[in-house]
Design a protein. Structure first.
Length: 249
């Protein structure tokens, strides 16, 4: 089995990282062409490709899902079957990108199971970038957009300008932003956001909400109940609060 990593950025930077971690088969996409071709909406994500070039798994998002995928690929834990890809019907919106395709064949992401809309949101109790403990219940009485993030995620960086614009020009009554992020404190501070950023290096909170990767988000209402399905990537995350993603040149 060959593990191929699809990355972005400068060749020298990727070469240094590959050497540091002993990685091979690191391929560079110029922009997002490979990610878009495979309908990847967040990181980390992975899928299996057979020797004949056929895809044999849905896109799996999140650390635990990818571990399961790897275990399946090397023949371990055979009692944990993979989800069969669910196909978009002809002419209906694709479950990954939201576009109507002329034919079926676009597999849905396999997502962790989280609370349903209307159920109580999992509790959040994490430290912010200053070391202070912040709890989700402290936002009762306000609608909150819980955003799962990683400053090292290329999809997150691509969405950051829209997030700043929404922070600075959000209409009255829009949800408060509560970011749950991985990465170093300094990397999170460098983003320049005003909203609270809480650190969760192992994505425990994201999995509790049913999120599979970054960026993804969910709305929590004034009573502390889940008010939306988990949105993954752009434009789904901005659409939760009516924000419009920046148009690319």
């Amino acid at each position: 089995m060959i593990i191929s990593l699809i990355s972005r950025g400068k060749p020298d930077e990727n070469r240094a990282k590959s050497t540091e971690h002993g990685l091979q088969h690191v391929l560079l996409q110029k922009d997002w062409e490979v990610s878009e071709a495979y309908q990847v909406r967040g990181t980390p994500s992975a899928l299996l490709v057979q020797p004949d070039g056929t895809i044999s798994s849905p896109v799996m998002g999140g650390v635990e899902a990818i571990r399961t995928l790897l275990a399946h690929a090397v023949g371990e834990r055979a009692h944990l079957p993979l989800m069969q890809p669910q196909q978009a019907k002809e002419g209906e919106p694709c479950p990954n990108c939201g576009k109507a395709h002329p034919a079926a064949g676009h597999a849905q992401h396999a997502l962790p199971v989280g609370p349903k809309v209307g159920e109580s949101a999992p509790e959040i109790k994490l430290e912010d970038l200053e070391g202070n403990t912040v709890e989700l219940q402290g936002f009762r009485g306000e609608e909150v957009l819980v955003l799962f993030w990683n400053p090292g995620c290329g999809f997150c960086q691509k969405m950051l300008p829209d997030l700043k614009e929404w922070e600075n020009n959000s209409p009255e009554g829009t949800p408060k932003l509560l970011m749950v992020s991985a990465g170093a404190v300094e990397a999170n501070k460098e983003m320049g956001l005003h909203s609270p950023v809480l650190l969760d290096q192992h994505f425990v909170t994201g999995r509790a909400f049913g999120a599979s990767g970054t960026p993804s988000a969910v709305l929590v209402d004034k009573e502390g109940k889940v008010a939306s399905e988990v949105a993954v990537g752009a434009p789904a995350v901005p659409e939760l609060v009516g924000a419009s993603p920046t148009k690319e040149a």
